[in-house]
Design a binder for this molecule. Structure first.
Ligand code: AMP
Length: 399
């Protein structure tokens, strides 16, 4: 939780409702810069350990109801913010899955809500909570403009050949295709790098969003042309608790031969695999890096190996590579992972600068490849909430 300014201004509320947490931030709506006034979160939703981390400036919230579910936690948060000194003039929400219908952020009306609800089967872990937040805001403040920003929308520029799954027509026409996620992060990183580099964003770029969820995106002239996540955020890279790319035959085997239920397979893929499954220790990269267990080493090696392989695939889709970018909790903070991945990208021209790679990443994009490295490599801090605030200001007509 951070609070950078005393509140009192008119603000845009950004809500990022996840499966067990609700993150929020207030952005100054009166300043051109769109400064972040404060942020906080409620975590452990749906468990006995539900807890709120709210800065004092946000006001006096009183006690969070015990064992609050999403509805209760959001209502409590909005009620507390409503009592604070800040005038909220619009709310922006992150929505994970926009399906085929949404290729850009938009203002919420009842038909948009209904469409997000219709998309729940595509993102059961996320869209219901995103929708609950939208409805809670509407219940409390019916006249407040609300904007939805989709993690899938940034990938709407991908060509059909990149998004098509080789399935029969009846399934393809039912919307079963690759969508891609982490779009708000890619939008944020591309914009920041474009501003920071004197020549603007290079033509062919791969961005590696490495966090608890992880994916790569190939950008040509700033637009997504391919990405490693697909129909759901389960595809592609090894993640904290998800295995990423896995032969679908494994799933058939588990269902048909091992007698696992659909729920058990779902749990395996969402919660028990990835770094946690490989290491047997956990999903947290900091813990794995500090561990001397061989399984922790192997998990990190496998994580980096998959990134390098998938980067090769995206470089082929781009027809070459002009820059590689790290972002996300691991990408921004783990010099060990970055060094290993750069090692694997030597064939594409990556030559690391060890000192730059070991330095703590700052607010501005930093170059971590050596001077004259044929492939420049950057670390760029992602700011998904900042993108949501900017889109909300634009669509709600407050900038
Ligand atoms: P995110 O989902 O983007 O918040 O990223 C979460 C991941 O970032 C977790 O695996 C963390 O262990 C990892 N992470 C955060 N800080 C560090 C750090 N200083 N070094 C290595 N990994 C980190």
């Amino acid at each position: 939780m951070r609070a950078s300014k005393q509140s009192g201004a008119s603000a845009i509320l950004v809500i990022n409702a996840g499966s067990s947490s609700i993150k929020f931030a207030l952005y100054d709506a009166s300043a051109q810069s769109g400064d972040r006034l404060l942020d906080g979160q409620i975590s452990g939703i749906g468990t006995a350990a539900v807890a709120a981390d709210i800065p004092d400036q946000a006001g006096d919230f009183g006690h969070l109801p015990e064992a609050a579910d999403h509805e209760a936690a959001i209502s409590w948060l909005l009620w507390g913010l409503g009592k604070g000194g800040v005038e909220i003039i619009a709310a922006g929400h992150r929505v994970v899955h926009g399906g085929p219908a949404f290729s850009a952020a938009c203002l919420v009306d009842l038909s948009v809500e209904a469409e997000i609800e219709r998309l729940i089967p595509l993102a059961r872990l996320h869209n219901p909570h995103n929708l609950a937040a939208i409805r809670a805001v509407r219940a409390l403040w019916p006249d407040l403009p609300q904007v939805v920003c989709f993690d899938t929308a940034f990938h709407a520029t991908q060509p059909e050949i990149a998004t098509t799954l080789a399935l029969p027509e009846r399934l393809r026409s039912a919307g079963i295709r690759r969508y891609g996620f982490h779009g708000l992060s890619y939008q944020s990183v591309a914009a920041r790098l474009d501003v920071a580099l004197s020549g603007g964003l290079p033509q062919r770029v791969i961005v590696a969003h490495l966090g608890n969820g992880a994916s790569l995106c190939a950008l040509r002239e700033g637009k997504s042309i391919a990405t490693t996540m697909g129909f759901t955020p389960l595809d592609g890279l090894i993640m904290g608790t998800r295995p990423g790319l896995t032969d679908p035959g494994v799933l058939l085997y588990l269902l048909e031969e091992q007698g696992m239920s659909v729920q058990q397979v779902s749990r395996l893929l969402q919660k028990e695999s990835g770094l946690a499954g490989l290491s047997g220790i956990g999903a947290d990269m900091r813990v794995l890096e500090a561990s001397t267990e061989p399984s922790a080493r192997f998990a990190i090696d496998a994580f980096c190996y998959r990134i390098v392989r998938e980067a090769g695939s995206l470089a082929a889709a781009l027809g070459g590579l002009d820059a590689f970018v790290f972002t996300g909790g691991i990408g921004e903070n783990s010099e060990g992972v970055r060094a290993k991945v750069m090692d694997g990208l030597a064939w594409l021209g990556a030559k690391p600068d060890a000192a730059a790679n070991n330095a703590r990443a700052g607010r501005e994009p930093s170059l971590i490849s050596a001077a004259g490295s044929p492939l420049p490599v950057y670390v760029v801090r992602t700011d998904e909430e900042g993108i949501i605030a900017a889109e909300t200001a634009r669509l709600a007509g407050s900038d």
